[in-house]
Design a protein around this ligand. Sequence first.
Ligand code: THU
Length: 140
Amino acid sequence: MNLGTDYANLFKQAQQARIYAYCPYSKFAVGAALLCADGTVFTGCNIENAAYSPSNCAERTALFKAISEGKREFLAIAVAGGRLDGDANAPCWPCGVCRQVLREFNNGGLVVVTGDGAGGLTTKSLGELLPENFSADDLR
Ligand code: THU
């Protein structure tokens, strides 16, 4: 189903989105690019806050933008993260909160793409990143 998806291009879009990261506290800048089933892409960056806990990760920024524009089906998300004064080629996997939020709209097949630290990319499915999860299925 995802064969032919240009993950390198999606990762580039995540790196572009990372430029807008607002991270004066952690100085760890993250960009994300979310590929929707209809081929559209929504990007996001992390947005921190002086009170710390209201901060939002890049992945959730991208997902919330997409959901608020009517999207519900997603194929892949690329994540580029690293120190503000450095590049973003090392792996940056979504945090636990973002994995759970992504799970709300995807049953595990979502492809998560990030750098491999050697100039290439690495991928895992959301199911691999969040096995034995809790979802709407459990509330039935
Ligand atoms: N962060 C993300 O935006 N995505 C991740 O996958 C990991 C962490 C953000 C949260 C915070 O603004 C900064 O990176 C350091 O944790």
